[in-house]
Design a protein around this ligand. Structure first.
Ligand code: SF4
Length: 353
């Protein structure tokens, strides 16, 4: 075994965090944790992991679930495409593989939402396949170990880092090695403050020797983020509120929000309030405008306002995607994080009454 891997594994044995999916190398649990951890940090991801395992102890239970329930459990993690792929992949495992996760990284990549990183993580940890993982932590650690000064978010960069990982990978313990590099990135080789003096592999680290650790990894700027304005109409009549089901494809597919005007231009409150009433054939009084709430997605920056209207009569629903829902049932509908932020504020201020 290369001394880099030996030092790292010794450290990992002593320092690793006791995480529930580390207790036994079960591919279902490893997969679930990996998909959740693509969305959040370990401390926050734990609650979601337990929530899923309690509701769906096996891949069979998850495969049999209603999509709406999965989306609801996922709520708070954002990027709902991952939740939809989670369900699709569980159904693939049950229907195409008799409930057993495929046994190699290559075959695992056939599952929905499982890319090279997740496939390598499952195969190396659950099946001891000697494949390196490459995620954000690995890119940072290995670019520093190699003092690699080219952009790591380009294909050439990924290839170089993968090769560096592979060069040190011990055939006997690939899963532990992969986890150890990621754990080092999480606990020691932090983005802004790498703790080099106490790092178990500093003797092998070219950036430590060169003093360049804090400048690495190099990343090339991504595409420009588009700024859009969402003006929501929150129509309230007695204890009923109108929700909109998002049937279209996209990141919020099959979630619920409110009737909305989406534009790239800001508009004054009076003008937009009148436009919302007219657009949705509603009659009532504008009680209050909440916001703006800003929400940033990968390619979009949303500035949202919530126009709360008291309707004179129940809304005549002209669109099959709109429905009247009792206030008490609102919490059962999966909603995007942006809407959740609004609802939290809405409830805190007791605006229904
Ligand atoms: S020596 Fe510093 S830069 Fe190098 S791997 Fe360790 S913590 Fe990261």
């Amino acid at each position: 075994m290369h001394p880099f891997a030996a030092h790292l594994l010794n450290w990992f044995e002593a320092a690793k965090r006791p995480l529930p999916w580390r207790e036994k190398p079960d591919p279902y649990r490893i997969w679930l944790s990996e998909i959740i951890l693509q969305q959040t940090r370990v401390d926050q991801g734990l609650a979601f992991y337990y929530r899923f395992i309690e509701n769906f102890p096996t891949v069979h239970d998850l495969a049999a679930a209603e999509e709406e329930k999965v989306l609801k459990l996922w709520q708070g993690l954002g990027y709902y495409a991952r939740a939809r792929n989670l369900l699709k992949a569980a159904r693939q495992v049950v229907q195409d593989h008799q409930g057993v996760f495929p046994g190699s990284a290559k075959a695992l990549e056939e599952l929905s939402g499982v890319g090279p990183y997740t496939a390598a993580a499952i195969a190396s940890i659950a099946y001891q396949e000697a494949v390196p993982v490459v995620d954000g932590n690995v890119l940072r650690v290995m670019s520093r170990v190699q003092d690699y000064r080219e952009p790591v978010n380009k294909p050439g960069g990924q290839k170089t880092i993968r090769a560096a990982m592979a060069a040190y990978l011990p055939e006997s313990r690939p899963g532990d090695y992969n986890q150890a590099v990621m754990e080092l990135g999480a606990l020691v080789c932090a983005p802004h403050n790498p703790n080099c003096p106490e790092c178990p592999v500093n003797a092998f680290c070219a950036a430590f020797a060169a003093g360049s650790a804090k400048m690495l990894p190099v990343k090339e700027k991504r595409t420009k983020v588009r700024h859009v304005f969402y003006d929501y109409a929150v129509f309230v009549h007695e204890d009923q509120i109108i929700l909109r089901f998002r049937a279209e494809k996209g990141i919020w597919s099959k979630l619920y929000d409110f009737p909305c005007i989406e534009t790239e231009l800001d508009a004054p409150v009076e003008e937009r309030g009148a436009e919302l009433l007219k657009t949705f054939y509603a009659e009532g009084q504008l009680r209050e405008v909440m916001g703006p709430i800003t929400h940033v997605l990968s390619h979009r920056r949303i500035t949202a306002r919530f126009f709360i209207f008291d309707l004179d009569a129940p809304l005549q629903i002209k669109n099959t995607l709109h429905q009247a829902v009792a206030e008490a049932d609102l919490h059962t509908y999966p909603v995007p994080r942006l809407v959740e932020k609004f609802l939290e504020q809405y409830r805190a201020e007791d605006l229904f009454h």
